[in-house]
Design a protein. Structure first.
Length: 163
């Protein structure tokens, strides 16, 4: 037990603490992209905004505002729509929340629709249990890919599977 505590103490000294004024990444876009990006909250809020209206399970309509997911991927150089060619269609988006929950999106999905990375709902910042960012998919009523507390957008290339 003493050895474990000593090892933990050494590891803690190797990790630099967050100083006052330091900014943690608000959203990371990485993986197989031409230009991986890490956005601060201020940078995210300065991007072009869009809004969508979505009905909840009870039929009540809510307005979400944020940045187009396709626009965010474009910032990182991810080819979408007419630019998605050849082997690029083997890539997919892995979106992950702070709690580890993840969802996957095929890049050709963006040919038919776009999604929203929301930071507000009904004119207010998202609740801590949901935000500060959440993927909103207006056409998917199950909400199984509405990633809450979004922190990571990673482009991954699908690997060949041998049978």
């Amino acid at each position: 037990m003493k050895v474990l505590l000593a090892l933990l103490a050494v590891l803690c000294t190797l990790v630099s603490p967050v100083e006052a004024g330091d900014t943690l990444p608000f959203l990371t876009i990485d993986g197989e992209t031409a230009s991986p990006r890490t956005l601060s909250e201020a940078e995210f809020k300065a991007l072009p905004r869009t809004a969508v209206r979505v009905k909840d399970r009870s039929g009540k309509e809510h307005s979400y505002e944020g940045v187009s997911l396709g626009f965010l991927l474009g910032l990182a150089g991810v080819p979408l729509k007419q630019n998605l060619k050849h082997g690029e269609v083997a890539k997919f988006l892995h979106a992950q929340g702070r709690d580890g929950y993840a969802a996957v999106f095929a890049l050709p999905e963006f040919d038919r629709q776009d999604y929203l990375v929301a930071d507000t709902a009904d004119g207010k910042a998202l609740e801590p249990a949901t935000g500060p960012l959440q993927i909103v998919l207006p056409a998917e009523p199950r909400r199984s890919r509405w990633v809450k507390q979004l922190v990571l957008l990673r482009i991954v290339r699908s690997r060949e599977v041998r049978f």
